[in-house]
Design a protein around this ligand. Sequence first.
Ligand code: ATR
Length: 298
Amino acid sequence: MIVVAGFIPAIDVFEEVAVVTKPRAACLIGWPAAHSRSPLIHRYWLRKLGIEGGYVIEAVPPDEFKDFLFRLSLRGFVGANVTIPHKERALALSKPDEQARVVGAANTLWYQDGELCSTNTDVEGFINNLDTCAPGWARCEDALVLGAGGASRAVVFGLLERGIRRVHVANRTIARAKALADQFGADVVPVAWDAISELLPRAALLVNTTSLGMHGQPPLELDVGRLPPHAVVADLVYVPLQTPLLEASRARGLKTADGLGMLLHQAVRGFELWFGQRPEVTAELRALVEADLANMAR
Ligand code: ATR
């Protein structure tokens, strides 16, 4: 765990009258520093809210990560997002909250009383996006989650926290689904990948956390016609934005929640922790990021 001796407060007070404010800055730490939408999102909010601050990408190789984190505040950062491949080490090198511990990875870091704290905002990103896209979704009793990786753990944690009675987790490698169910307890039921079809008629909420349907990956072969008529369908994939799963679900008149919505909602908490104001996920922001994704695809 890192306790920072040289933590730099945002406000320096000199004598009794002069107050000098340093612009706050946060960063995204990754390796390679892939093209990320985080700077676009956070800079939009900084502009919108009239906050003098910054958000930059820091490409940090694995063998330099610990040292980089140790000196995060000395480099002038009030916090950071962490992405591949550093999320597990970020957890180990900070003071994680329950979400980060359960998911087994941290994606957002900030200082509290000089101590580097961490959380995993995928949980609230997923839930808040569902609340926005399909109000009332939590009345469902049975959910079916496809996949059993880190993203699935965030989704399952959020569903149980919102009181969903039974969460089936289907995974190609059944051992991972079983391990996930062991972690969460009796409300989570591991199921084999080839049992998906028979579970669909009672799945009031279907969530894809696998990479199936992502650009360059095989499609997710699944008949949404077997879902109940009031089902809600969520896909964490956002490239392409309109996955075949979401397309078919919308064509059937089902409510859907897409991966871009989750991406935007998961960024809210970090911004609030670093810059002190809770930003909004607006249609304008969504359009901005959509345009960026479309540009990348060209
Ligand atoms: P993340 O942390 O984003 O969840 P992950 O841990 O690599 O990433 O998990 C990816 C998920 O997609 C896993 O559930 C994986 O299934 P396995 O555990 O069997 O690997 C699932 N997945 C990836 N490719 C798949 C495929 N072709 N068919 C079915 N599931 C697939």
